[in-house]
Design a protein around this ligand. Structure first.
Ligand SMILES: [Mg+2]
Length: 259
């Protein structure tokens, strides 16, 4: 899946590297060298799929630029903003999420990481635009078998790894859900996002599409400060988690029987 990518980066060498990487991956790159120019580009044109955002820039930095982008957007959906950060320590990741970014890439950016992150976020951005945010959750599959098949293929083709991943996921799931539920009554969008991300990341890795989608909605609501909306999604979250557990268990049981 290729897309139109807005690159916000002040360093000419980094600009050239990312531009070449994007072109090799088949993406269209538009490069601007600061936060203000990024805001201008986004307001002038709506067709961007993803923003790749340097954090440290003279003038308006990437954090401020992202906060401005989020302020200008409607609350219904937003463009994915991926930070490019020189030191992806926990504090930096937290700062990126707090500013309203969706994900982060460590610099120097490796082309395979860029490819994976863009594939994920171009798809997510299009899903956000195409689906009515309220009514389509039940239409999404609890488990996307293709993601699991690809995962097994990438790891050498032995399907027994699925049982292992599923076991880890199921062991962690109650704790992840409890962490989110404990946070629901509190008024801290940054911590809410951290906890939702902790569930979303493994859900996405295992192709749990419905759980991924509900986490994405909770995250978008938290970014926009709509914590009441986050709370209202608790039941959807638990239902999606239950459906994921059921299908994962069936799937691993059938793999064990045939293998
Ligand atoms: Mg910079």
């Amino acid at each position: 899946m290729t897309g139109r990518i807005l690159v916000v980066e002040d360093n000419p060498v980094n600009q050239a590297v990312v531009e070449l990487q994007l072109s090799r991956l088949g993406h269209q790159a538009f490069v601007v060298n600061g936060g203000l120019a990024a805001l201008d580009a986004l307001q002038a044109e709506l067709g961007f799929d993803v923003v790749l955002m340097d954090c440290q820039m003279p003038g308006m930095d990437g954090f401020t630029a992202t906060q401005r982008i989020r302020q200008l957007e409607s609350t219904a959906s937003h463009i994915p903003v991926i930070a490019m950060t020189a030191n992806a320590q926990r504090e930096d990741r937290v700062a990126c999420l707090a500013a309203g970014m969706d994900d982060y890439l460590s610099k120097p950016v490796r082309v395979e990481n860029l490819q994976a992150v863009l594939a994920r976020w171009i798809a997510t951005g299009r899903m956000r635009r195409e689906h009515n945010p309220r009514h389509d959750l039940d239409d999404l599959p609890a488990v996307d078998r293709q993601v699991l098949d690809d995962l097994v293929a990438d790891l050498g083709g032995d399907p027994s790894v699925l049982a292992e991943f599923t076991e880890i996921f199921l062991r962690e799931l109650p704790r992840r859900l409890e962490a989110i539920q404990a946070q629901l009554p509190l008024d801290d969008r940054r911590e809410m996002r951290e906890r939702v991300h902790a569930l979303r990341s493994p859900s996405r890795a295992l192709g749990l599409t419905r759980l991924d989608a509900i986490c994405d909605r909770m995250d978008q609501a938290a970014i926009s400060g709509r914590l009441g909306d986050v709370r209202s999604m608790e039941r959807n979250l638990l239902e999606a988690a239950a459906a994921s557990v059921e299908e994962l268990c069936q799937l691993t049981a059938s793999v064990a029987n045939t293998g």
